[in-house]
Design a protein around this ligand. Sequence first.
Ligand code: DGP
Length: 133
Amino acid sequence: MCDCIFCKIIAGDIPSMKVYEDDKTLAFMDVAKDVDGHILVIPKKHFKNIFDCEADTLNSVMQTVQTVSQHLIMNCEYDGVNLLNASDESAGQSVPHFHIHIIPRKGNDRINAWPDFEGANNDINSVYESLKI
Ligand code: DGP
């Protein structure tokens, strides 16, 4: 049996507060409750993260992210959203099942959903040369 906590949520073995569901994806409340309305969107098929997620599934996940985000704006009195993803433990991923966090935003909610980066260390041109495909 799969030991993945999100696979257990999909299977119904662990309860969740479902916001939206279709045949390929599920959106549900994040128990971390970092902000009001914190939602996770996951594929029903297990992938660890952005690196191994197949294109068709990625497409379905992003369509659900858009559906839920539009619902928040049109029906739930939010103004915008931040979309967050951590792929790999090095990036802070704690649950190894691909997921997108939706952080609903209001104009003056004072939420800091964008890290206070310390600034780049290297010249942008040399970094660009090292990473372009
Ligand atoms: P990340 O750190 O980006 O991998 O986010 C994982 C999120 O999953 C974190 O915000 C808390 C949430 N989470 C972990 N376990 C459960 C659970 O059992 N139920 C729900 N609804 N959320 C969970």
